[in-house]
Structure formats: structure tokens, C-alpha cells
Design a protein around this ligand. Structure first.
Ligand SMILES: [Zn+2]
Length: 400
């Protein structure tokens, strides 16, 4: 089903941002049991992505959101296999910092709710004396949170889950971008807040990704790609004002509290100018990256060279989806032992250990990660002398 109306302002006029016909639905490798489960549930291997920006309020959203049954299957069964990484640790620290700075002046919150709290790691990191921590998450990770002794329900969020309770702060980390109707989602939370209560929201940083031409946040599960202006506009409609922003990284964190009168209409014109400029920036940087990589991929394909994609995560798989001409001759390798042996749902390929580059004597290695220098050292340590192509943040052959 195509979503014609902007999910922030409700208007119908949109301009294209990024479209892709057969985008992989699951961007990380999964165990065989999950592959069979997905096949039995008739979960599609690829889906159409059509991101647009609203020409009324500037919000970037997905016109082709997933069917509800697919979403439910993904959120309640697929998240088990996400391994916690160093990147997540750093993100949690930034989130805790944002949370604390929101309460520096106003004293401590007493009752905290985290929507989509995963295994409860972030919620536990917020803890303070005399606080009551609550959480909910539909994935099996909620069971881990319960094992930590946290008051966490394994369920999708709805205000009815907590009827009779009010909260001093409601947090959600990487949840709002998955929600088809973010206004209703926040409105439900607003009703559950105490007088002076706050919302803390973490979501992919639309400006960070789009201004750099990155595809990282365009993901079949992400219905929205928020920027500060679009989040501000959405919150303003609900009578909230942003009082803290951390937009230094790929994650955008805001803290907002209710104000007496707000006038989001004033912001519309500047939001729109900003969104149009950002869409142009994205299109230019992304196209130039893509064209550059296309040249190299075409050469590799024409000379029939074998290729290894180093990094079996979303960036590597995305490149294979964008350039199907190298899929046939590509092996996927990753240093992360927890990924080795797993496979991709849309590709009949398993993740191999890095030594496969040596065993299969690959001609070229494409490094999808940004940590190119460290990986090059690892590659040479293996005794592999293949040529190496770095593609993040820009495309170049690596010497050495
Ligand atoms: Zn709109």
C-alpha cells in the first residue's frame, strides 16, 4: 500500500528523494532457522523503497511502508540476532548524557518509561536513586531485560499498557522512525506525561546522512527520516518545544517539554527551504559516489575479477544490491565471528571468515566499513595481496 499523505502534516504533495525497486528487506545475516521461519511466513526477500519529501512541511518519509504482518514478524522475531556493538555503547553514552542534561535544572525524574527498550541496557544506564524504571519491547530481547530485574513488558507500545500510570519522562531510541503515524505515537505519550514531563527521542539523523549522501538511514523499516526542523514541527503540533539537541553523529537526540503556546505554522516556510536544499545535497553527493563506484564495478565485472565484500552488514549488502553485476563473483567476509556461517535472506550467500579471501585468491576486496586503514592492515596480515577498494565515505583504491 502506498502512503500518499505526509505522515507529519497530512498533505499530499511530495518530491522524490530516493527510490529503489528491489531493496533487501533484511540487511544483516541471519541463522538458517530464521530463514525458514521467514519463508514459512511468506516474508518478501526484497521490497520497494520510495522515499519522498513533503513539499508542505519538508518531512522525509517512505511512501511504501511495510505491510503490518511483515513488520510484526520482523519486530517480534528478528531482533534477537542483533549483536550489541561498540558503536551501540557509544550511542548509549550520548543518550545518557542527553537525558541527564535535561534534568540538571529541574531535579530528577521519578518514573521513567522507555519504549522499545530492547534488552534494557539503556534503561538500566539511566537509573538513579528512588527512580522507577519501566520499559516495553516486542522482541525476545525484552526477556533479557526481565532477567536484569527490570519492569519490562514484551509488547508493542500502546498507552493502554500503562493505564493509570503517569511518567516524568518517556524515552524512545530508534523507534519513532519505524512508526507509520508518529503524531499519534507522540500524542499517546503526551497524555501519559506528568505536568512538566519530558520526551527524549533518539532517531537517525536525517541531515547527517542526507548531506553526506549516505544511504544508511534509508531502510525498509524506516517510515520517517527526521531532521531537527521536521521533528521540531511534529513536536510543536503537540505543544512541545525542543530544549536539548545532540546532532553531532548519525544519531539525532532531542529532549522536549511542553510549552503553553506554540506556533508551528511559522516554521513551515523555513522547513521547506531547508528540506529542499537537503534533498538536492543528498542527490548530488549520492549520485557522485554511485557513479564513481559504478566505474570501478564495471571494470571489475568486465575483467571477470573475483571480489570479496569485507563487512557483512548493511553497507556491504546495500552495495551488492546497487551493483548486481558483481554479486555472482562476490564472497562476503566479516571478522565478527557471530556473523560467520549466517546467510542473507535475499541472497544465497553465507558470511565467511576473512581467511576466505586468501583461500579463494580473490582479485579485489571492497571494504564497506569506514575503518579502512585498520582493515587494510588485517588483510595484509593474512598474507592477502589483492587490490583494495575503499568506498566509505568516498571511493578510492587503497595503496599498501
Ligand atoms: Zn508534511
Amino acid at each position: 500500500m502506498v502512503q500518499e499523505r505526509c505522515n507529519v502534516c497530512g498533505k499530499e504533495c511530495v518530491d522524490s528523494v530516493f527510490a529503489f525497486a528491489d531493496y533487501p528487506l533484511v540487511l544483516r545475516p541471519i541463522p538458517d532457522e530464521l530463514v525458514s521461519f521467514a519463508e514459512k511466513q511468506d516474508i518478501p526477500r526484497t521490497v520497494e523503497l520510495d522515499y519522498v519529501h513533503c513539499t508542505q512541511c519538508g518531512h522525509v518519509f517512505l511512501r511504501t511502508p511495510l505491510e503490518e504482518r511483515v513488520e510484526n514478524a520482523l519486530y517480534s522475531s528478528f531482533y534477537e540476532t542483533y549483536p550489541a556493538s561498540d558503536i551501540e555503547e557509544t550511542a548509549t553514552q550520548a543518550f545518557v548524557k542527553a537525558f541527564r542534561s535535561c534534568f540538571e535544572r529541574d531535579g530528577s525524574p521519578r518514573r521513567v518509561l522507555e519504549i522499545g527498550c530492547s534488552d534494557g541496557g539503556g534503561l538500566q544506564a539511566l537509573d538513579g536513586p528512588g527512580w522507577e524504571l519501566y520499559g516495553c519491547d516486542p522482541s525476545p530481547r525484552a526477556l533479557k531485560a526481565q532477567e536484569r530485574g527490570l519492569n519490562v513488558k514484551r509488547d508493542f507500545f500502546s498507552p493502554e499498557l500503562y493505564s493509570g500510570l503517569s511518567f516524568d519522562v518517556i524515552c524512545s531510541r530508534h523507534v519513532i522512525e519505524h512508526i507509520k503515524n508518529p503524531f499519534d505515537f507522540l500524542e499517546g505519550q503526551a497524555r501519559m506525561l506528568t505536568q512538566g514531563g519530558k520526551l527524549v527521542i533518539e532517531t537517525p539523523n536525517g541531515e547527517f546522512c542526507m548531506s553526506r549522501g549516505l544511504l544508511d538511514s534509508f531502510h525498509p523499516e524506516h517510515v520517517s527520516l527526521f531532521t531537527i526542523p521536521s521533528l521540531d514541527y511534529l513536536l510543536g503540533q503537540l505543544g512541545f518545544q525542543i530544549e536539548y539537541v545532540d546532532d553531532r553523529t548519525q544519531n539525532l537526540i532531542v529532549c522536549a517539554s511542553r510549552i503553553a503556546d506554540s506556533s508551528p505554522e511559522k516554521a513551515l516556510k523555513s522547513n521547506l527551504d531547508y528540506a529542499s536544499k537537503l534533498a538536492v545535497e543528498f542527490s548530488e553527493t549520492y549520485s557522485s559516489w554511485r557513479n564513481e563506484l559504478q566505474t570501478h564495478v564495471t571494470e571489475l565485472a568486465e575483467s571477470e575479477e573475483s571480489v570479496a565484500m569485507w563487512g557483512a552488514g548493511s553497507s556491504g549488502v546495500r552495495v551488492l544490491a546497487l551493483f548486481p553485476e558483481i554479486i555472482e563473483r562476490a564472497v562476503l567476509v566479516d571478522r565478527d565471528e557471530s556473523k560467520q556461517g549466517l546467510r542473507f535472506y535475499h541472497l544465497d550467500k553465507r558470511v565467511l571468515p576473512p581467511v576466505a579471501c586468501k583461500e579463494q585468491d580473490v582479485d579485489a576486496i571492497i571494504i564497506s566499513s569506514q575503518y579502512v586503514d585498520a582493515i587494510c592492515k588485517d588483510i595484509r596480515k593474512l598474507g592477502v595481496d589483492s587490490k583494495i577498494l575503499g568506498i566509505t565515505p568516498y571511493v578510492r583504491w587503497i595503496d599498501g
